[in-house]
Design a protein around this ligand. Structure first.
Ligand SMILES: [Zn+2]
Length: 246
């Protein structure tokens, strides 16, 4: 069987049996896949710290449908800046779990790969701010085709006017002629999210406190709609955010 050389992020890992590990990977070349790392728990020699969550690695594996076999892995970066701060760890784990939950298996997503790299680099530099997380989320949803319509009503197609939009269950945005109830989404929020999509860089869009609350509500709803399960890292993220407030 041919040995493939790939670049990847480790999204998560779990123990298997006495000495093995199953690793969820997001590769540049093949998108998300699962790898079987034989002996990874017993011997540090072959894999070292390369299979830790959000490590960026070069890896060698035999590609198979369902479960590939890892032959070796070398660390590109462990993002030690993230690992030294609880808030950054929580954001990093959340980013990886979001990618793991939303991306289909075996489909390359090079734009998403670059976005995850940029976000982890941002976290690694000591920034673990809420606006960056929201910027990451709207871009993830956009790349995967899940983002709510920001330009016009998702039902009748008319552009949003000065009244903005009404959010329906599942984060759908519609105009006031297509729905009579729903959370009011002012034009400022739509504009803010469009700016997050237009700029390719973290830290470029300023989101004030008031705007952030509304942006967060919209994105939480959209993310929850498209994730088939509740994200484990979300509770950890909430806990560390609360600690940061006190
Ligand atoms: Zn409409």
């Amino acid at each position: 069987m041919q040995l493939e050389k790939l670049q990847a992020f480790v999204l998560s890992n779990s123990d298997y049996g006495e000495s093995d590990r199953i690793v969820s990977l997001f590769t540049l070349e093949h998108g998300r896949l699962k790898g079987f790392a034989r002996g990874a728990r017993n011997s540090q020699k072959r894999f070292g710290p390369a299979l830790e969550p959000f490590a960026r690695i070069n890896l060698q594996l035999n590609l198979k449908h369902g479960l590939s076999t890892l032959r070796g892995a070398d660390v590109i970066t462990l993002y030690t800046g993230i690992r030294g701060a609880l808030g950054a760890i929580a954001h990093g784990l959340y980013a990886c779990e979001l990618v793991e939950c939303l991306t289909p298996e075996g489909q390359p997503q090079p734009r998403l790969y670059r976005l995850l790299a940029a976000y982890l680099e941002r976290l690694d530099s000591g920034q673990s701010e809420e606006p960056d997380r929201r910027m990451f989320e709207i871009n993830v949803l956009n790349i995967l085709g899940y983002r709510p319509s920001l330009e016009g009503c998702s039902r009748c197609g008319s552009p949003f006017d000065a009244h903005g939009a009404l959010m329906q269950q599942g984060g759908e945005l519609v105009c006031r002629f297509c729905a009579v109830t729903g959370r009011q989404i002012p034009p400022a929020i739509l504009h803010c999210l469009k700016s997050c999509l237009a700029t390719g860089r973290f830290g470029q869009v300023v989101i004030d406190e008031e705007l952030l609350v509304a942006v967060a509500a919209l994105l939480d709803e959209s993310v929850a709609t498209h994730c088939a399960r509740k994200l484990k890292s979300l509770e950890f993220l909430r806990q560390t955010s609360r600690q940061g407030e006190t």
